[in-house]
Ligand binder design. Structure first.
Ligand code: CS2
Length: 489
């Protein structure tokens, strides 16, 4: 069987499946850093739809930061890949054509820099995960402990990390009197535009303070909320794509039908009309971002830790566990109570829709996939709403419970033998803290962990007591009993 590529595209007889525009007629206008499944299921799909409707020079150069296999494999397919949307009753496939080329930043940083410096590049989008930026979350400054940032900061070799590449490209563009590109952070971080801006400006300050000031005054970093549940590719994904195309597609991905993109409309260098594909441009992304981080992602983290502790492989399995379902519902109610209202959005309905999405029987989203990098996710998903609930005298119990689930997961469960490695940049500290012999030792360890827990929670006896109660019960009776007790409260 042949590989999906420009040469074999015409062999696909069902034209509903293939891109509805001449890919060679459009130039690259977007460089995307972080060429993973989420980008391929989200921004690349929106861009593909817009290219089909209105054309424009908005093709994407996809940059894999470290994995040269990804770049090579997608290059072998001329950037083409299948997206399989899996609803609870039907599948819908389509070949996406918006990725024009792919490179690996680690292997060919000079080529990546050249594309970033091309006058045709108007937007740089990023999905490198929370930890991938090398920005200190507390201070917004560069994290010099991050090896890529530390290396790029020496400027002895071409930059390979997000901050180094963006700063070097902006420096060149400024020197050549080229307009800067807009930088659009598409990771699940609060105030993601301001967050990335602060890291880029901080890096630039180490290069040239005047450049830092110029970036601060002239480069737009809009905020955005992105949403689409996208599990890691599996052998089933590849088999479905092959059955559908009658071609091999090593780059196929599967995702849910739902997608949402709320974007702050601040693109001085121009932008695709992503609204034609359903994106919403607005002046204020924050309320949407909070809703998604706390309701969807917060529940996801709870589902991941509680589900893994109970031996559930997929999110959908957790949703079929009556006790855990009730805990998730309780969590959503408390998280919704911390949100500012959004006109036109009913949080109860949003939560119901989330439950339906999580229940999708055709989405195989592994709890262990979501469970990674808890130290990077818990602050915005669980601790921030806990602070707001605490300060408003609302219930913090669900947030303490979710935190206890995370800590127990880091410990390895009731018998400390969950049997899989803890994937987290702070895994050593977390394993050490969570293997302590008493709840108070665990809590003290957590409270002492650099920059993780907000001051308001560290200072609060209510929070400490709530967390201690959960941990006491875990030590005494184990995870299942705690779940039953909390679900029945
Ligand atoms: C998940 C997200 O892995 C995780 O931490 O919570 O990737 C989630 O699936 C997406 O944000 C959905 O839009």
């Amino acid at each position: 069987m042949n590989l999906l590529s420009n040469a074999t595209l015409a062999s696909i007889k069902d034209t509903d499946l293939t891109p509805k525009y001449d890919r060679s007629a459009h130039k690259v206008g977007i460089v995307h850093l972080g060429l993973g499944a989420f980008h391929k299921a989200h921004q690349a799909v929106y861009t593909d739809s817009v290219l089909a409707q209105t054309g424009g020079d908005w093709m994407i150069a996809g940059i894999s930061m470290r994995n040269n296999q990804t770049a090579a494999d997608i290059t072998a397919q001329d950037g083409l890949y299948t997206v399989i949307e899996k609803a609870s009753d039907t599948d819908h496939a389509r070949v996406v054509g918006s990725i024009a080329q792919a490179l690996c930043a680690n292997d060919t940083p000079d080529q990546v820099l050249a594309i970033l410096c091309d006058p045709a590049t108007k937007i740089v989008t990023t999905t490198v995960t929370e930890k991938g930026y090398g920005i200190d979350r507390e201070t917004g400054e560069i994290d010099v402990k991050n090896p890529v940032v530390a290396q790029d900061k020496t400027r002895q070799e071409p930059p390979r990390g997000v901050l180094g590449l963006i700063v070097a490209a902006l420096q060149n563009r400024r020197a050549l009197s080229l307009a800067p590109f807009t930088v659009l952070c598409c990771d699940n971080l609060p105030h993601n535009g301001a967050f990335l801006k602060s890291g880029v400006v901080s890096f630039a300050r180490h290069v040239d303070p005047e450049l830092a000031e110029w970036i601060s005054d002239n480069v737009a970093f809009p905020s955005t909320m992105v949403d689409r549940i996208t599990p890691a590719q599996s052998s089933d994904t590849l088999a479905s794509a092959q059955a559908c195309l009658r071609l091999i597609d090593t780059q196929a991905i599967e995702t849910e039908p739902f997608h949402q993109w709320i974007i702050e409309d601040n693109f001085p260098a121009g932008r695709p009309n992503w609204d034609l594909a359903g994106a919403i441009f607005t002046d204020d992304v924050e309320p949407f971002e909070m809703m998604k981080l706390r309701l969807l992602n917060g529940s996801h983290s709870l589902i991941a830790y509680a589900g893994a502790l109970k031996g559930h492989k997929f999110v959908r399995d957790v949703m079929n566990d009556d006790t855990l379902l009730r805990l998730v519902q309780k969590h959503m109610t408390s998280a919704a109570a911390t949100l500012a209202p959004i006109e036109g959005i009913n949080f109860t309905q949003y939560a119901l829709d989330l439950i339906a999405r999580f229940k999708n029987p055709n989405i195989a989203h592994e709890t262990l996939q979501i469970a990674t990098d808890g130290s990077q996710k818990m602050p915005q998903r669980i601790f921030a709403p806990a602070v707001e609930a605490l300060n408003a005298d609302k219930s913090i119990a669900p947030f303490a419970f979710a935190t206890a689930c995370w800590l127990w997961f880091c410990r390895g469960g009731d018998t400390a033998t969950l049997g899989h490695p803890l994937l987290d940049p702070k895994s050593d500290e977390l394993s050490r803290i969570c293997s302590a012999e008493t709840p108070d030792e665990i809590i003290n360890g957590l409270f002492d962990l650099d920059g993780l827990l907000p001051q308001d929670l560290r200072r609060s006896d209510i929070w400490r007591n709530e967390l201690r109660d959960c941990l006491n019960q875990l030590f005494a009776e184990g995870f299942d009993n705690l779940c039953e007790a909390v679900a029945n409260q």
